[in-house]
Design a protein around this ligand. Structure first.
Ligand SMILES: Nc1nc2c(ncn2[C@@H]2O[C@H](COP(=O)(O)OP(=O)(O)OP(=O)(O)O)[C@@H](O)[C@H]2O)c(=O)[nH]1
Length: 465
């Protein structure tokens, strides 16, 4: 074999190879869309904070383990709004209101909202006053009114029930097509050469899989295959296997068997990443298992979050502890701990306000909430879940790092994998941080959160059946 692919760093820095490549590559600059977010380099990591130990997950049988049986859940309507054709308003013949498809969960914001948009919502609540709709006087006309024949309503389409894997595949389709289209365009009945491997490596890195995984995949491909034809399917198989290798060690069911009553779960994360929604979805799962659940509306900044949680409580039969907007979040956590202990509930799920990881005062407030919880039970919170919005891309790596230090995150939930082509970020996070990934979300519906399976995820992202 005469030809050898230059490594990613070789290409980046012009050299032939870079054996001592740094762990974090220059290209992995965070892509934080929030207006006041700083780059990780600028991030003032609170120096006084010690690295909280990542709690080891027990080996007890989990109550929320990966789904293995047949999936009987209903199909969830796509969350991406349809693109409506432009309407010629001069030809407005009717007053029919077009109702948008609503998700089956009580949410206020669209899934496309960025963390930054949610951040501004949190810090400066803006009251939107709905303007009364103007009623146009009916145009006077001497022409006789021609009755418009009512169009018969289309026969209701029988909704096809999708299994979780099908929903996962559908949700991850943007991420997987970014990869598989790229792979198909490179591996077109040509013999494998260095240029093809370099192109593939670029596609894998652009898909946020991380440099290490991208290099592992191209190295494995090059092994004994130079000057041989290789099909896109073969490449996808290898991609799936390598991704699964990285994810297998982090795919852990959420273990709520601490033996404590309540088992306390603290939900933390950046604004709009899906904390409240995930609490609702978890509450449903736990209630279905016959557990008693209490929800603490610790996001006291946002009135809508409290309301949202109350609705989840009603829907799932979980008691909700809430206070007025603006109340002290630590005080609320204290009350919730007291109440849940007195009532001996199985699981207490505590919501917190969203906060950008580089806002030191907000991170201090989170530490205070944790200190207060510990006054009731020094081992609590027994689980600290960080929700990550997959659409955030590389910035999620920094969120894991800072929330890990401040709040002692024990596990991750990645949401909104349906709204992005950057689902590969989960692989980069797993490779870098090694924190357990318990659940992934692929939609706003209550059924769209499932225990994380490395095999399913890697097959889906590689576009395998
Ligand atoms: N498409 C999609 N949307 C999701 C998913 N999970 C949550 N969302 C939506 O994301 C939006 C924000 O969710 P919330 O649960 O309010 O987020 P939060 O982290 O509690 O927000 P803050 O309280 O502002 O920090 C809502 O519109 C949810 O419906 C998901 O997996 N996919």
């Amino acid at each position: 074999m005469s030809e050898k692919k230059r490594g990613f760093f070789g290409r980046l820095f012009g050299g032939k190879d870079a054996p001592d490549a740094p762990e974090t590559p220059a290209v992995e600059a965070p892509e934080d869309t929030s207006p006041d977010a700083e780059t990780p380099d600028d991030t003032p990591t609170p120096v006084e904070m010690e690295v909280a130990p990542v709690a080891a997950m027990g080996s007890e049988p989990s109550v929320l383990s990966a789904q293995t049986g047949p999936d009987l859940s209903p199909q969830i309507a796509p969350t991406v709004p349809p693109v409506l054709p432009e309407v010629d308003i001069s030809a407005d013949l009717g007053t029919d209101k077009i109702e948008p498809d609503l998700p089956d969960a009580p949410f206020e914001s669209s899934s496309d909202e960025t963390a930054a948009e949610k951040a501004s919502e949190v810090q400066e609540p803006v009251e939107t006053v709905e303007e009364p709709a103007e009623i146009e006087p009916e145009a006077e006309t001497s022409a006789p009114t021609v009755p418009i024949a009512a169009t018969p309503a289309p026969a209701p389409v029988e909704e096809e029930k999708l299994s979780w894997f099908q929903r996962l595949k559908k949700g991850l389709s943007r991420s997987s097509s970014a990869l598989t289209d790229g792979i198909s365009s490179i591996f077109t009945k040509r013999k494998l050469d260095a240029a093809m491997l370099e192109e593939l490596e670029d596609i894998l890195i652009q898909a946020d899989l991380g440099v290490d995984t991208a290099m592992a995949i191209t190295e494995r491909l090059s092994d004994g295959r130079y000057d041989k034809e290789i099909s896109p399917e073969e490449v996808r198989e290898i991609l799936s296997e390598e991704v699964e290798k990285v994810l297998a060690s982090v795919a852990e069911p959420l273990d709520l068997n601490s033996g404590k009553k309540p088992h306390v779960v603290l939900m933390v994360g950046v604004n709009g990443t899906g904390k409240t929604t995930t609490i609702g979805k978890l509450s449903k799962k736990l209630r279905e298992e016959g557990k008693t659940v209490m929800l603490a509306a610790g996001d006291t900044f946002r009135a809508a979050a409290v309301e949202q949680l109350k609705i989840w409580g009603e829907r799932t039969g979980a008691e909700v502890i809430a206070r007025d907007t603006g109340a002290d979040a630590a005080g609320l956590a204290f009350d919730a701990m007291k109440e849940a202990t007195e009532k001996q509930v199985d699981v207490l799920l505590i919501d917190t306000a969203g906060r950008l990881q580089n806002k030191a005062e907000l991170m201090d407030e989170l530490e205070k909430v944790i200190r207060v919880i510990k006054k009731h039970d020094p081992d609590a919170p027994h689980t600290c879940l960080l929700t990550l919005d997959a659409t955030t891309g590389q910035n999620a790596l920094n969120q894991v790092e800072i929330f890990g230090k401040v709040a002692g995150v024990t596990g991750l939930v990645m949401t909104k994998l349906d709204g992005t082509a950057r689902g590969g970020i989960l692989v980069a996070i797993a490779a870098k941080h090694g924190l357990p990934v318990h659940f992934i979300g692929v939609g706003e519906g209550v059924e769209d959160l499932e225990p994380f399976s490395a095999k399913d995820f890697s097959s889906a992202i590689a576009g395998l059946a």
